[in-house]
Design a protein around this ligand. Structure first.
Ligand SMILES: Nc1ncnc2c1ncn2[C@@H]1O[C@H](COP(=O)(O)OP(=O)(O)O)[C@@H](O)[C@H]1O
Ligand SMILES: [Mg+2]
Length: 465
């Protein structure tokens, strides 16, 4: 599948490889080329200088000059190539000898005086002809009877030009070839390097709801991919946990809803089988209302558990005065407690770092339980105190000791010690699981202990840091 705006790593790397190979090889080639060109120019210049030196020596002899006049062809042969140019003559007079097979225009080059020893920088590099450099050197010669003569020799550097052109071609050709080869190698490397990624993608494709417990294998994958694999697997862990939780919730819910709905259905069906008295209908409806209220409460609680957003709960934490909170909850439950002859004793010290609504909800659930399950005419103690690491909240009541085997399961969803209370409109076994969820949201702790007719629920809210 092509994703708009995405680019190919392979293509990029291949291009980078190619450009780098070309630039570095061509750069090296150009540097070597310049060096070579310098060397060749020097060699040519040395040749010109030594030739004119030779001419200076032989022309010193008047016999040789006779020879030039009579047999110029000798000199033409001596120069050999079509690119060479030679003139000999007195200044301001027609030349004695001109050898110019290539019909080159005669350059005006200042002559090196007689007493000067020829040097390399006496060679003049003239404007090139059709791209071929033209070098020339001239010297004065003292030729005895013929007086002062001037010799000019020049040469069109065709050989050098051809050689350098060849060299240039090779450099660019080889650099291009290297670029292509490296681009291909780059493609291959990326393709091979990405193989483990493709394997992982294929594996990830196969992971779904049915096999959420499967994990990507990190064996054989390169080290660079390990963090990604770990992160992916950690994500799968979280998803699997969340999914397990969700399926548990829906299973629990279906299970818990079945009983009240069956009751409603059964009772209503029985009532409809024959005409009943108004009283009987009223009784049925009252019982139905009770059942429906229970359902509503249960759904509210389920929704609360499902909807609470951890991030916003944490961000809305406040420093709450423990004494205030304890007093508030005691006031709220005072009436309810008085109905069963109980009283509430509230104490608080320090501050609690918590989201107020959630804290109150947890406390209310614990107090409601204490009143519901506590012994009549006893006292419920609600206390909170702050320590260095956080605040502890305790709700204590007198009543039947909870058997130890139940203690660890009390905070499970829908768990009730006394299943016969199942039909009670007040009990759905969700109160403590809500407390547990609230404590998890706060990164806190919760526990329960029960012995000698005293039950104590303890919550711990970590301090602000
Ligand atoms: N203070 C308490 N004393 C004795 N038993 C308790 C107390 N609080 C909770 N329980 C037991 O734990 C169970 C789960 O409590 P909870 O989750 O609040 O559900 P519910 O109150 O709806 O039954 C209760 O059914 C009860 O058996
Ligand atoms: Mg409860």
């Amino acid at each position: 599948m092509k994703i708009a705006g995405s680019y190919s790593l392979t293509l990029r790397l291949a291009l980078v490889f190619a450009v780098l190979a070309f630039v570095s090889l061509a750069g090296l080639g150009v540097a070597l080329y310049q060096e070579l060109e310098e060397q060749l120019t020097r060699r040519d210049d040395i040749q010109l200088v030594s030739r004119i030196d030779q001419l200076r020596t032989i022309l010193n002899d008047s016999n040789t000059l006779e020879l030039i006049k009579n047999k110029p062809a000798l000199f033409q042969n001596m120069l050999g190539t079509r690119e060479a140019l030679l003139t000999i003559g007195a200044p301001g007079q027609p030349p004695l000898l001109v050898v110019n097979p290539g019909n080159l225009a005669l350059p005006s080059v200042p002559a090196v005086p007689v007493e000067h020893v020829m040097a390399l920088n006496d060679v003049q590099h003239l404007p090139s002809i059709n791209g071929v450099p033209f070098s020339a050197v001239a010297a004065s010669i003292d030729s005895g009877d013929l007086g002062n003569l001037q010799v000019l020799i020049g040469k069109l550097m065709s050989e050098r030009t051809a050689m350098l052109a060849n060299y240039r071609l090779s450099v660019y050709g080889l650099a291009s070839l290297a670029a292509i080869v490296l681009a291909l190698v780059g493609c291959l490397l990326v393709y091979r390097g990405l193989l483990p990624l493709r394997r992982l993608a294929k594996h990830a494709h196969g992971i779904g709801v049915g096999n959420l417990n499967e994990r990507l294998a990190s064996a054989g994958a390169p080290r660079e991919l390990q963090p990604m694999i770990e992160a992916f697997n950690a994500m799968l862990d979280r998803l699997a946990r969340g999914f397990a939780q969700l399926s548990q919730v829906s299973t629990d819910m279906a299970h818990e809803l079945r009983t009240p709905i069956n009751n409603l259905l059964g009772e209503t069906q029985v009532a409809l089988q024959q005409p009943r008295s108004i009283d009987a209908y009223q009784q049925l409806l009252a019982s139905n209302v009770e059942e429906l209220e229970r359902l509503t409460r249960m759904l509210d609680n389920m929704l609360f558990l499902a909807r609470t957003d951890p991030a916003s709960a944490l961000s809305q934490r406040q420093e709450l005065d423990a004494a205030d909170e304890m007093q508030r909850i005691a006031d709220y439950f005072e009436g309810l407690a008085a109905d069963v002859g109980m009283c509430i004793e509230a104490r608080g010290r320090g501050v609690i770092w918590a989201e107020p609504m959630l804290l109150r909800r947890a406390l209310a659930n614990l107090c409601a339980n204490a009143i519901k399950y506590g012994a009549a005419d006893s006292t419920v103690q609600v206390e909170a105190f702050a320590e260095a690491d956080g605040s502890y909240l305790r709700v204590r009541n007198q009543g039947a000791t909870i058997p130890a085997e139940h203690l660890s399961r009390l905070f499970e969803r829908f768990y009730r010690v006394d299943q016969s209370r199942e039909r009670s409109a007040q009990s759905n076994g969700l109160g403590l699981s809500i407390v547990a969820t609230i404590m998890q949201l706060h990164h806190g702790r919760y526990r329960v202990s029960s012995d000698n007719g005293q039950t104590c629920f303890e919550l711990f809210f970590p301090a602000r840091n």
